[in-house]
Ligand binder design. Structure first.
Ligand SMILES: NC(=O)c1ccc[n+]([C@@H]2O[C@H](COP(=O)([O-])OP(=O)(O)OC[C@H]3O[C@@H](n4cnc5c(N)ncnc54)[C@H](O)[C@@H]3O)[C@@H](O)[C@H]2O)c1
Ligand SMILES: [Zn+2]
Ligand SMILES: [Zn+2]
Length: 381
């Protein structure tokens, strides 16, 4: 069929919205009619070159990362089912999980679906089943899909491993947020930081991920949730998601946390800035008490290796520094679980969407993100 998509032909260019040709689903695949797609900062890392596979590795894999269709935070309806699909049928409502979950690999078997072996395909852009493309440009060029999804298009074809079936009555434009941002941020607090009742938690960066880390920390029973962002209106909004205090910078947060905890410091800190840079780690860890934990959720440039960190304090104060992908969640359990909390009025989704856009306005959406105008921008089809 013919449809449209926002394509990134190479880094450091705009998204190009074009007509594309979309094939029927092959074995194990389904065609999805999307309702909405969130504008997550991770796609911006493709544009800035942070998340470009180094040339030597791409050659080794015989892989062309570009051109690709962006978008990995989507939800919609199954409109066509390929041969051999056993878990979905036409008409099912699904959230696309940005990490596929096969359910059979060692990580999935251990209840760590965010580490599913199929994650190896996230940046490869080809179909999981046979490493070919279902998406093609008008000129006949194969198009990749970021995170095996490609939600910057009203229709896409994905593997059933990327689909999590949800209750029909959940609004799909809100459910889309749980395909990445909500689960990532909420899980960064609840799973990765393992926030306990009464703790002090600092969240650094209040975008789509950070606001959900605030929301997760509050739900886990944190006593103080200190929300840090240089953008004034985002700090003001953070209270809606459960922040108890705010700071405009990490330095300001250090003073505030010292005061709140009588010098003991925070049990947990979570880094959710637009980009993770090495110079942010030491300041984040300086917010943490002995025995505390720092969680890196923000994405760094792929080749970044230099980090500023006080190693003496790390050992002698037994501080932990941990990574976190997709909120260390199990999408097949956690996506429906989070949506039921939304249904019960316990989890905020409506409040996350600041501005909506058409597919043609995708570059405006990202300009607004860069300009600090959005908690989450969302494309509605
Ligand atoms: N680990 C994962 O699985 C995962 C999943 C999704 C997104 N991410 C990453 O999480 C990060 C956040 O994504 P997002 O969509 O929320 O981005 P966003 O651009 O919407 O939000 C980032 C926020 O950080 C703030 N900020 C920037 N520098 C800061 C600083 N020094 N101190 C305090 N605040 C600062 C910005 O003002 C902005 O509000 C990105 O790097 C994204 O790629 C990671
Ligand atoms: Zn994302
Ligand atoms: Zn798996």
């Amino acid at each position: 069929m013919q449809t449209r998509a926002a394509i990134l032909w190479e880094p450091h260019t705009d998204w190009s919205v074009e007509d594309i040709e979309l094939d029927d689903p092959k074995a194990g695949e389904v065609k999805i009619k999307l309702t909405a797609s969130g504008l997550c900062h991770s796609d911006e890392h493709l544009v800035t070159g942070d998340m470009v596979i180094p040339k030597e590795i791409a050659e080794l894999m015989n892989l062309e990362q570009f051109p690709l269709i962006g978008g990995h935070e989507g939800a919609g309806e199954v409109v066509q089912v390929g041969p051999g699909v056993t878990t979905l049928q036409e008409g099912d409502h699904v959230v696309l999980s940005f990490v596929p979950a096969c359910g059979r690999c060692p990580s999935c078997a251990m209840g760590q679906q965010h580490l599913c072996d199929l994650g190896a395909f996230l940046l490869a852009g080809r179909q999981i089943s046979d490493f070919t493309s279902r998406h093609h440009s008008k000129s006949g060029k194969d198009l990749g899909t970021i995170c095996c999804t490609g939600t910057f298009a009203p229709y896409t074809v994905v593997n059933e491993a990327s689909c999590v079936k949800i209750d029909d009555w959940i609004p799909l434009d809100k459910a889309a947020l749980v395909g990445c941002g909500v689960t990532t941020g909420w899980g960064a607090a609840v799973n990765a930081a393992a926030v306990q009742p009464g703790e002090t938690v600092v969240v650094i960066g209040l975008g789509g991920i950070g606001m959900n880390a605030v929301q997760g920390a509050a739900m886990a029973g944190a006593r103080h949730v200190v929300a840090v962002d240089p953008v004034d209106w985002k700090r003001e909004r953070a209270g809606v998601f459960g922040a108890t205090h705010t700071a405009a910078s990490i330095e300001e947060a250090q003073a505030k946390v010292g005061e709140l905890t009588w010098g003991a410091n925070a049990e947990k800190a979570i880094l959710t800035t637009g980009v993770a840079t090495g110079d942010l780690i030491a300041p984040m860890m300086s917010l943490i008490a002995k025995g505390g934990r720092g969680v890196v959720t923000a994405v760094a440039p792929m080749t970044q290796e230099d980090v500023k960190l006080n190693l003496f304090e790390m050992a002698m104060m037994r501080k932990e520094l941990v990574g976190c992908i997709f909120g260390n969640a199990n999408p097949r359990r956690d996506i429906p679980r989070l949506l039921r909390l939304y249904q019960d009025g316990r989890l905020k989704l409506d409040e996350l969407v600041t501005n909506t856009y058409t597919l043609d306005e995708v570059n405006q959406g990202y300009r607004d993100m860069r300009d600090g105008k959005n908690i989450r921008g969302m494309i509605i089809y």
